[in-house]
Write a new protein. Structure first.
Length: 427
């Protein structure tokens, strides 16, 4: 490695390979090795050269981290000289005297534009793009305010969904910049999902959901950081996914398996009670698990539960949608289950695992009505029983926490009226 002694300090001098001419404008590198020992200088020269080669290779490949460092350095230098950092196209629109001043400030001792000064004062540097990984980081930063209104488990589940969507894209396409995202990239992702659907690894519904979640991240970042990109995210969903819906359990099966006899005796008491609580309320399993003592109102003239967001303290929790906030009268086996656990379900509060536990228990014992059924199907059974009993659509949507597709008038009936309606289908 060529080193030379200048004064009492050794320096590295080496020609820059032609390969790196686009990213390194110097023809030769002169660098102090900060030692007067030839042995040490030769060893350090090897390390310094290897680092330079790595940096040049990174620049050739468009390494975002290095590009960001250079961009931020240019901004800092402009600020240090009390100038507002501006892209080159904006510098060109300044009054001529200001442009001349910036050019003069950019000239080095050799009378030429200095690389770093030109980047800082003339904006002669492109703003680095955002990789998919960085987009996800920005998304989570933008989501902090909303995250503060969700429980730890809600945030964990939500974060994992977004992480998985971005990870799937990177695995298939690569960690490309959002500014470079093309329709070809998205079709490549879609094709990978189609192959997984054909292999039976995922359903059409899951594939569509994954692509939708991926798009949610990019749209939010694009909007909030004002990138102004026309993202190629439209018309990606697979057709036919909407035809796959959960099967409702039959009323006969619910009575025979979940209510009568001792079929659930081997299930832990909290899980057993939650299953029966869902039967006449149509609660989402996560809503049932998240109930606290002050939301299980058994002392009321009409026993009921309240599904509502909680803010502040260590029991913060969000509801799925605005429509999910509701009050449900307790009737039949659901009232009995609530009375068994009037303070809620600590074993499952803000924790995953209930659905997996119940589904496994029923399947291992051959109790599940069909292989396509799962615990969540109790919500569909609840809806079917209300429909067959002629309960008004407004009330059905209110009980299930679904949005009403028209303007909402009135309160939908008082608690007494709602209790009478639910008693019609109570098991």
């Amino acid at each position: 490695m060529p080193v030379y002694l200048r004064g009492s300090t050794y320096h590295l001098k080496r020609r820059v390979p032609t390969r790196y001419a686009k990213v390194e404008r110097r023809q030769f590198v002169y660098m102090s090795l900060k030692t007067d020992s030839l042995t040490v200088a030769q060893r350090k020269a090897e390390d310094v050269w290897d680092q330079l080669l790595a940096q040049w290779e990174a620049l050739l490949k468009g390494d975002t981290n290095l590009a960001k460092v250079r961009y931020e350095a240019a901004q800092d230098l402009a600020k240090a000289r009390q100038l507002r950092f501006m892209p080159a196209e904006e510098v060109a629109k300044l009054p001529l005297p200001e442009i001349v001043e910036r050019v003069e400030m950019s000239v080095g001792p050799d009378g030429k534009i200095n690389d770093q000064k030109g980047e800082a004062f003339l904006g002669a540097i492109e703003k680095p793009g955002l990789t998919m990984t960085e987009c996800l980081e920005i998304f989570f930063e933008l989501d902090k305010e909303e995250a503060a209104r969700r429980s730890p488990n809600q945030n964990r589940v939500r974060a994992n969904n977004f992480k998985r969507a971005i990870r799937n894209f990177i695995t298939v396409v690569g960690d490309v910049e959002i500014q470079q995202l093309s329709r070809d990239h998205m079709m490549e992702l879609r094709e990978s999902f189609w192959l997984r659907v054909q292999a039976g690894e995922v359903s059409l519904t899951t594939a569509n959901k994954e692509m939708k979640v991926f798009g949610t991240v990019l749209r939010r970042v694009n909007e909030m950081t004002m990138l102004g990109l026309d993202l190629p995210l439209k018309k990606l969903a697979f057709r036919g996914a909407e035809e796959t819906t959960r099967k409702p359990f039959s009323t006969t099966w619910i009575k025979r398996t979940l209510i009568d006899g001792d079929h659930l005796d081997g299930l832990n008491a909290e899980a057993r009670a939650i299953v029966r609580l869902i039967i006449n309320t149509g609660l989402r399993p996560s809503e049932a698990c998240g109930l606290l003592e002050d939301e299980i109102c058994l002392a009321s003239p009409i026993p009921h539960i309240e599904i509502k967001p909680r803010e502040g303290g260590d029991r913060v929790r969000a509801v799925k949608t605005r429509s999910a906030r509701r009050t449900l009268p307790l009737v039949g086996v659901s009232l009995a289950a609530a009375r068994e656990f009037p303070k809620g379900f600590p074993r499952y509060y803000d924790k995953p695992g209930l659905s997996a536990t119940v589904n496994k228990y029923l399947r291992e014992r051959g109790l599940m009505e069909t292989p396509e059924h799962s615990l969540y199907c109790l919500r569909h059974s609840f809806e079917d029983r209300m429909l067959m009993e002629g309960i008004d659509e407004r009330l059905r949507r209110d009980f299930l926490g679904h949005r009403l597709d028209r303007e909402r008038y009135g309160s939908g009936g008082d608690l007494d009226f709602r209790q009478r309606e639910l008693k019609k289908i109570a098991l």
